[in-house]
Ligand binder design. Structure first.
Ligand code: FHN
Length: 420
């Protein structure tokens, strides 16, 4: 088993966190909703009439937009369609167990009421509603955990934040001062004003020193001991490891990890990005990640008006329908014994191994290796009428005789009950 495949060492899990019970809910959850929302949803991938290549939330950097020009967008930020109740209900219907929203992305604009800056939704936009407060209330009401993404290193608006070299002279920046006097007070606000926070999703640690990463970790744990810190706090200090964007490790991992992923090709809304992943592709990615011991944090990028694009909604709801039938093979499972076999994945809970058949064989003959315990019965999840499937086992080689066509065209799960 590879230890760090697909995960940069500095974004790995800190020692001791693997057995930490504070992660229990997160290990059970498997599937979360990521929300990237900020001023970048207004230009939506276009600046001065030109389509700007790259991910939508990076438009300020990619088009080298001066701070004084970019910050004017705040005056247009009035997302009248924002309805926290709808967003939370969508995540729940999708089978997602936690939500992570950008409180401040690299552009620097804050979606929450911050005393440390006026460049926030209350001080700089006509909207005048604390987006995070509404979401936190709704998450509490509907019973789903909420975490905050916070860009601790890059801040293209703040003169001492990392990344903006078109307005500011990099050599004059006081990055350490920015961490102490801006990042820490804001993280404190996030952990003080919004009730219990499930996790803080730091990002792009870049040049953070070990001491800086550690002090953020400690700050979070001091303010809310149960709040988790994502591996992108840097210096291998996260409570769980963070895989690269859209990266799924090749093999089963020994660390707790999460793959953040786009549903099309952008995180922040870009009106012309129509490269939507298909529902089978998204479900297969979820299964693949879970079978290797990870969580899938799937992103949506709401529009400037506050609507989650319909294409995202449709896909999430379809995933939820698949999970309604097959959720027991996902939530609370650990990686199963069938690993590294094209077209198959496996998860396990107690005495049941769930065999996920991603590509149904034409003759219905399913042959896998790795199940060395005796299989007592095999049945397709959600299809009790299909009854028990015939199985033959020799050593760890298992053959199951299934129907000629896939019982579920998205992905079929066969539950293998093992002898006690
Ligand atoms: O630069 C960001 C990017 O905009 C996005 O937020 C992703 C999400 O994982 N994180 C960074 C790149 O890895």
């Amino acid at each position: 088993m590879a230890k760090l495949s697909g995960i940069r060492p500095e974004r790995s899990q800190r020692e001791g966190a693997q057995n930490d019970p504070r992660l229990d809910w997160w290990r059970e959850a498997k599937f979360g909703l990521f929300i990237h929302w900020g001023l970048y949803a207004i230009p939506a991938g276009v600046w001065q009439g030109k389509e700007v290549p790259g991910i939508g939330e990076w438009i300020m950097l990619h088009a080298r937009i001066p701070v004084r020009e970019y910050e004017q967008l705040a005056a247009q930020f009035s997302p009248t369609r924002y309805d926290a109740r709808e967003w939370v209900a969508l995540a729940k219907a999708a089978g997602q167990k936690y939500i992570v929203i950008t409180s401040k992305h690299h552009e620097g604009f804050c979606l929450f009421d911050s005393r440390v800056t006026d460049y926030d939704v209350m001080g700089a936009s006509p909207f005048g509603r604390d987006i995070l407060a509404e979401l936190a209330d709704e998450c509490a009401r509907q019973g789903i955990r909420l975490g905050f993404y916070y860009s601790q290193t890059q801040d293209w608006h703040h003169p001492d934040g990392d990344g903006n070299d078109w307005d500011y002279d990099e050599s004059q920046k006081d990055f350490a001062g920015y961490i102490e006097d801006y990042v820490k007070p804001q993280v404190t606000e996030l952990l003080t004003n919004y009730g219990p926070v499930a996790l803080i999703w730091f990002d792009t640690p870049k040049g953070m020193t070990e001491e800086q990463s550690r002090s953020l970790l400690e700050l979070v744990h001091t303010l809310q001991p149960d709040c988790l810190v994502c591996g992108r706090v840097g210096n291998a200090l996260g409570d769980y490891a963070s895989a690269g964007d859209n990266m799924i490790p090749d093999v089963q991992m020994q660390v707790d990890f999460e793959t953040p992923a786009t549903i099309n090709d952008t995180w922040g809304f870009k009106w012309y990005d129509e490269n939507w992943k298909s529902v089978p592709d998204l479900v297969h990615k979820l299964v693949d990640i879970v079978s290797k011991g990870g969580n899938y944090l799937l992103n949506v990028g709401p529009t400037a008006e506050g609507a989650i694009p319909q294409a995202s909604v449709d896909r999430l709801l379809a995933m939820g329908r698949w999970l309604d039938v097959n959720g027991e093979a996902i939530y609370g499972t650990r990686p199963g014994p069938v690993q590294g076999q094209e077209g198959y994945r496996s998860t396990r809970k107690g005495n049941v191994v769930y065999l996920h058949v991603l590509e149904w064989p034409h003759d219905g003959r399913i042959a896998v290796r790795g199940v060395s315990e005796r299989v007592r019965a095999a049945a397709v999840l959600g299809a009790p009428q299909a009854g028990a499937l015939a199985c033959h086992q020799e050593g760890d080689a298992l053959t199951i005789l299934g129907p000629g066509a896939a019982p579920d065209p998205v992905a079929t799960v066969i539950a293998l009950s093992l002898a006690e």
